[in-house]
Design a protein around this ligand. Structure first.
Ligand SMILES: [Zn+2]
Length: 155
């Protein structure tokens, strides 16, 4: 079992579960599908560590804009996208089953992007290569939660 679904324990001593939640920033921006560990007991929650810098960066970037916004983190971040797709309909499964599916979906996503990267390189499309590189980096930040997969991504 990797660290992803294990979760840490809350300061109150209870187990924390992985969930996707909506976060509201300054009453005007709703960010959906944010992976958080939630305490079963006291409602304390923590944003998943590898995703946190991304969320903070996003909030900093939109700060000061007067627009209201509804966004989905799953549409902006590759790792969250994979997590989102795996957690759909995972209610009937054990943690081990969900984790196995996550690893598979994660690897599929990486392989798909590496294939795309090959195409982009062949076409000498620098912008596209950069974009794919960024998406791969979002995945590699998440890979620390998958110890068995730690060698999958080499630049
Ligand atoms: Zn608690």
């Amino acid at each position: 079992m990797g660290d992803l679904f294990k979760g840490s324990h809350c300061t109150c001593g209870q187990k924390m579960n992985l969930e996707l939640r909506m976060l509201i920033h300054q009453k005007k921006t709703r960010i959906y599908d944010v992976p958080v560990y939630v305490c079963e007991h006291c409602e304390h929650y923590e944003v998943l560590k590898p995703v946190k810098p991304y969320v903070v960066q996003y909030i900093a970037a939109i700060d000061g804009s007067l627009e209201h916004a509804d966004v989905s983190l799953a549409e902006m971040n590759e790792s969250v996208h994979v997590l989102y797709s795996v957690l759909q309909g995972a209610d009937q499964e054990t943690e081990a089953e969900v984790f196995a599916r996550f690893k598979e979906a994660f690897d599929d996503r990486v392989n798909m992007l590496l294939d795309l990267f090959g195409c982009a390189r062949k076409m000498k499309d620098d912008d596209w290569m950069r974009e794919i590189q960024e998406r791969l980096e979002q995945l590699s930040e998440f890979a620390v939660l998958l110890p068995e997969n730690s060698n999958f991504y080499a630049r």
